[in-house]
Structure formats: structure tokens, C-alpha cells
Design a protein around this ligand. Structure first.
Ligand code: NAD
Length: 281
């Protein structure tokens, strides 16, 4: 039976270190968070961020903008936060309304305040293994893998999902560790090849958003399984991997909820504290 790979345990260690680092700063770090509209998952994420920030001595300034805000108005708002020297980091909550181009907004945030690591300059630096700000979910997954003690050098790592926030940046971080990385996506499934890739994964990371996509019997014995997916099924939150059967074969598996999620916010706060340290030095 697999051991549980719990994000909360790793997150608690990161937060303990952050509390100490925040105390040693001249000024409390300030995180500016922009929420457009009232999407329920964004609202829930904001609440979690605010609560963790306050527990760490970080000032969390929430700026709520109306759902019908124009792209130009949002741009002006971000530019003001860029110019405000008291703000150490900026996060724009997603999803944004259809009329707003997310990439345009990401490009606008000053790279040293881009605590989500989505500015093209930060993504480019990641390609060279030099990023200060690495996207939070990909970084959280790396922290989870690291907590198992695995040496990724030469390991067969299969990532299912190739989004800009998970699969693509994760592939770069895994390559930094000399893992042999395979990225699967919708076309892999359509070609009928998903199962064969998953079956040879010594480390499997799944970020799709489809409950039960990965069958438990596909899991290689002794594999590490990180399930990033979040799906609501019969009033329960489940991942993309069939947990019960997968847990019988894997060596480590993340619970959903309780795996990657709790770590993501801790990493966001770590990026902010890094930014504040650099800006205050
Ligand atoms: P996305 O919609 O941007 O990307 C989905 C990916 O899955 C794409 O690469 C797509 O090609 C692939 N895909 C779709 N159907 C497939 C199939 N049948 N077979 C193989 N691949 C398929 O999604 P995202 O934003 O990366 O999020 C993915 C999941 O991870 C969602 O459930 C999301 O809620 C969750 N998530 C969790 C966290 C966290 O902190 N826990 C963070 C980000 C995303």
C-alpha cells in the first residue's frame, strides 16, 4: 500500500522557514492580489492566500475589481501596483473575463514582482535553470517529489497535461534534474497511447481535470504518483487518478484533496518573500 504524499507536511516546513525570514525583514512583505469578478474557485483561493499570508506576517492587500472592468482599466491598475514601491509582489487571480488577455497582463507585471512566475522573462530564465520565480504548481510538485527522497536522474517521468501553469514548466524543472521526461496530452489519448506511456512511468504526474482518467491498474508497481487534478464528483473532490486501485500499486501517492493544493499557496508566499528580500536588500 502506497505512502501518502501529503502537501500539508511539506508546506508546514516551508511556512516555518518563511515565518523566520519575514521576521528578519525590515518591513513586512506586501502582496497585492487582484480579483476580477467573483468566480467561486478564485474567491476560495483568495481566502486561503489571505489566511496563510496573515499567519506568516505578510500583508495581503486584496483589490476587487468588477466583472465588467475593461482591459485598459486592469492594465492601469497593474501599472500602479508596479510603480508602488511598497508592493513586493503581484498576483492576478484567474479566471479573467473573456475580454481580458491573460498573457498581456502577465507580460505587464514587473518580472521581480511576478510571484506567480508567469512573466515571459521568468519563464525564459527557467529554461536556463536560473529562475527566481517559478510557477507555483510546478514548483510545488518538485517539492513533493523531493520530499520522497527520490533521485530523478535518469528516471522515467511521465507528465499527463501540457498546460502553461503545470505540464510545460514542470517539464523544464524535471529536465534540470536529468529525468527522462514524456509529456502526454489530449492527442496522446486520441492516438490511443496514454496507457502505454503511463504504464512505464516510475514517476507519474497527472494534471488534466478528468476524474478517473488514469486507471489504477496502469500504475507501475513502486511508482510515485502525483495527482494534480481537482474534480467535483458527487459532492466530493477527487483527482484524475483512480485512487484506491492506484494506491495498491504505487510506492507514494498524493491524496486529493491534500496533495499539491496546500503546497501551492506556500510556494506563492515563498516567491513573495524571496521578492521582498531582493527588493529590500
Ligand atoms: P488545462 O485545461 O489548461 O490543461 C489540461 C491538459 O490536459 C491539456 O494538456 C490537455 O491536452 C490535457 N488533456 C485533456 N484531456 C485529456 C485526455 N483525455 N487525455 C490526456 N490529456 C488530456 O488544465 P490545468 O490548468 O493544467 O489544470 C489541470 C487540472 O489540475 C485541473 O483539474 C485543475 O483544477 C488542476 N490544478 C490544480 C492545482 C493545484 O494547486 N492543486 C493547480 C493548477 C491546476
Amino acid at each position: 500500500m502506497a505512502k501518502l504524499l501529503e502537501g500539508r507536511i511539506v508546506a508546514d516546513k516551508i511556512k516555518e522557514d518563511l515565518r523566520f525570514r519575514v521576521q528578519s525583514l525590515k518591513q513586512s512583505p506586501v502582496l497585492a492580489s487582484i480579483l476580477v469578478g467573483d468566480n467561486p474557485s478564485a474567491v476560495a483561493y483568495v481566502k486561503a492566500q489571505a489566511q496563510i499570508a496573515s499567519s506568516l506576517g505578510i500583508i495581503y492587500k486584496l483589490h476587487q475589481l468588477a466583472e465588467n472592468v475593461s482591459e485598459d482599466e486592469l492594465i492601469d491598475f497593474v501599472l500602479k501596483l508596479n510603480a508602488d514601491v511598497s508592493v513586493n509582489g503581484i498576483i492576478v487571480q484567474i479566471p479573467l473575463p473573456q475580454n481580458i488577455d491573460y498573457l498581456k497582463i502577465c507580460e505587464l507585471i514587473q518580472p521581480h514582482k511576478d510571484i506567480e512566475g508567469m512573466h515571459p522573462a521568468n519563464i525564459g530564465k527557467m529554461l536556463f535553470g536560473q529562475a527566481r520565480m517559478v510557477t507555483c504548481t510546478a514548483n510545488a510538485i518538485m517539492e513533493l517529489l523531493n520530499s520522497t527522497g527520490i533521485d530523478l536522474y535518469g528516471k522515467e517521468v511521465v507528465v499527463v497535461g501540457h498546460s502553461e501553469i503545470v505540464g510545460k514548466p514542470l517539464a523544464m524543472l524535471l529536465l534540470e534534474k536529468f529525468a527522462t521526461v514524456t509529456i502526454c496530452h489530449i492527442a496522446t489519448s486520441k492516438a490511443g497511447k496514454l496507457q502505454e506511456h503511463v504504464e512505464r512511468a516510475e514517476v507519474l504526474i497527472v494534471a488534466v481535470g478528468q476524474a478517473g482518467l488514469i486507471k489504477g491498474e496502469w500504475i507501475k508497481t513502486g511508482a510515485i504518483v502525483v495527482d494534480v487534478g481537482i474534480n467535483r464528483l458527487n459532492d466530493k473532490i477527487v483527482g484524475d487518478v483512480e485512487f484506491a486501485t492506484a494506491a495498491k500499486r504505487a510506492a507514494w501517492i498524493t491524496p486529493v484533496p491534500g496533495g499539491v493544493g496546500p503546497l501551492t499557496v506556500a510556494i506563492l508566499m515563498r516567491n513573495l518573500v524571496e521578492a521582498a528580500c531582493a527588493q529590500q536588500s
